[in-house]
Design a binder for this molecule. Structure first.
Ligand code: FES
Ligand code: FES
Length: 168
């Protein structure tokens, strides 16, 4: 077994201190060490976006990040998007209402990438309606094998319309 290194991260608001293999990928830390299996592995080569999470508020493909590179970071996974009382995040509502998924494999990554988009827009004072073009550009690193993207775009647009203040 290779060398281990200390790792401290906050995931979905909860602090974790671990010893992890130096070569462990962040996605494997989240899934295998913390049991947060909503973050998926689709390709392991930074192509599909299924592993997308927020790291310090920005979307990141967690199969491209070593766990130790996230030391000290705040991470949000799909499990952290709903409220403590189970209230769905507007993006989760949007995907449900607009039928933005079929098999669902890509969905957590899509939602996290869309959360990055909406948070960036909010930071720039651009809340409310978002164009199809802007959504497609923001999600270009996330692949879906099922839906043809049309309803995914509609889901993100619905969430943008529904939420004047999205915080993640
Ligand atoms: S599993 Fe990370 S981009 Fe595909
Ligand atoms: S819903 Fe199946 S891969 Fe996107």
């Amino acid at each position: 077994m290779g060398a281990t290194v200390p790792l401290k991260v906050t995931v979905n608001g909860e602090a974790h201190a671990s010893e992890v293999p130096a070569r462990m990928l962040l996605v494997h830390y989240l899934r295998d060490e913390l049991g947060l299996t909503g973050t998926h592995v689709g390709c392991d080569t930074s192509s599909c976006g299924a592993c997308t999470c927020l790291v310090d508020g920005e979307s990141a493909k967690t199969c491209t990040v070593l766990a130790v590179q996230a030391d000290g970071s705040e991470i949000t996974t799909i499990e952290g998007m709903a409220g403590a009382d189970g209230t769905l995040h507007p993006l989760q509502e949007g995907f449900w209402a607009e039928h933005g998924l079929q098999c669902g494999y890509c969905t957590p990554g899509m939602i996290m990438a869309a959360a990055d988009l909406l948070a960036r827009r909010e930071g720039a004072g651009r809340v409310g309606a978002v164009s199809e073009q802007e959504v497609r550009k923001a999600l270009e690193g996330n692949l879906c094998r099922c839906t043809g993207y049309h309803n995914i775009v509609k889901a993100v647009q619905a969430a943008a319309e529904a939420s004047r203040r999205i915080t993640v």
